[in-house]
Ligand binder design. Sequence first.
Ligand SMILES: *Cc1c(COP(=O)(O)O)cnc(C)c1O
Length: 465
Amino acid sequence: MNWDEFAHWGKHIADWAADYHKTLSERPVRAQTSPGAIAAQLPVSPPEAAEAMETVLGDFERVVMPGMTHWQHPRFFAYFPANAAPASMLAEMLVTTIAAQCMLWQTSPAATEVEGVMIDWLRQALALPEHYTGVIQDSASSATLSAVLTMRERATGYTGNRQGLSGKGNLRIYCSDQVHSSIDRACWVAGIGQENLIKIPGTGPRHAIDAKALREAIAADRAAGYTPAGIIAITGGTGVGGSDELTQVLSIARQEDLYTHLDAAWAGAAMICPEFREEFWAGVEGYDSIVFNPHKWLGAQFDCSVQFLADPAPQLNTLKIEPEYLKTTGEAVTNYSEWTIPLGRRFRALKIWFLIRAYGLDGLRERIRNHVAWSRELCEEVRAMNGFEIVTEPILSLFSFRCPGNDDDQQRLVDAINDDGRIYLTQGAFQGRKIIRFQVGQFNTTREDVLMAAEVINDVWRKIA
Ligand SMILES: *Cc1c(COP(=O)(O)O)cnc(C)c1O
């Protein structure tokens, strides 16, 4: 392919992308396919001879598109969103074109410097104190693993990496039972072990960690010879939005000299709105590490996860490695690959720059405020439906409900709704019962899209009841 052909197909794809988005709401949200159906349409072996781009793109439409679930669909109410605002998509196209490896300052000075400034823009947008710095990672899972490794190294006097963990005693990490599975996996991978991740029940209207039980668990562990290493707090848990009392958890961590990580992967975006901070953000200014995903609710295309650090030193002491071939000379610079587990890094900051400039913080705030308001409106509609029950009240834009019947009936309704295709939502579990989750967060969703969900839920329920 020469560059003229590239330009031709690039324009074609840009037009295709605009058409796709303009007509997206006419498609079923969840792919209407069955396992193996897409793979069965692909040749089993690669072609020996080159094929024309027309043919490849034709097959893309014919084979691939019917097998896609449309995450940018305005009526995607499942999981959490993975938004790709148009301006951020444009930035991604540029990043893909330049395709720089941004591991060191010198391998891409602009990427490093824009990243530093974007971290600071977001720090201000989220009302974090001036001393926070940070790094952009691929996902919250990676940021949390970095924080858990830092807890491990700090608690072992930074000897774990060198000596391994044998003879280091049993480290313990604490969190509520509302945390995301990435916390469990971080503890597995870091050599802490599932049994040493102590989950304290969430209580109250926000399903916040029970502070008294947390204190008692730490004291009991110390008495039994364990070594507490850190606490992971949550703002906006994936299940039902569980959110800890950050000040309370922090004061326990300080008394116990424990490293703190806050998982605000989803809800962090909403903290650009000052009105949500009193309830969900008070106390955040003392956390050692905070993760939030601009690639969820804010609108930056996946992947883009920001980890703020009160002091980068503990994480650098944990992850920095500098073989001869990565050494740089001259003035001191930031080499972000020293802050993370992977060496290679994409230029993820550019899409934040484009996103914030194209919409302004005000434009982004307005979306989030609308989502929260519309979600509450829908919650009331569902509450009013005969025999339906709101299981967890809205936390920001997430609530959960049940239709009449047992757990199997909940799943039957979810599956039937997703087969219907007009909206997409997913199930969850809360206090041992199956629930149906509903969240609003699509970048281009409208009030009509959200309210249509009530109609669809009602329709489909009447069909299967
Ligand atoms: C989505 C989510 C994660 C995981 O995010 P990734 O970026 O996909 O790793 C972790 N915690 C919470 C609360 C989340 O909502």
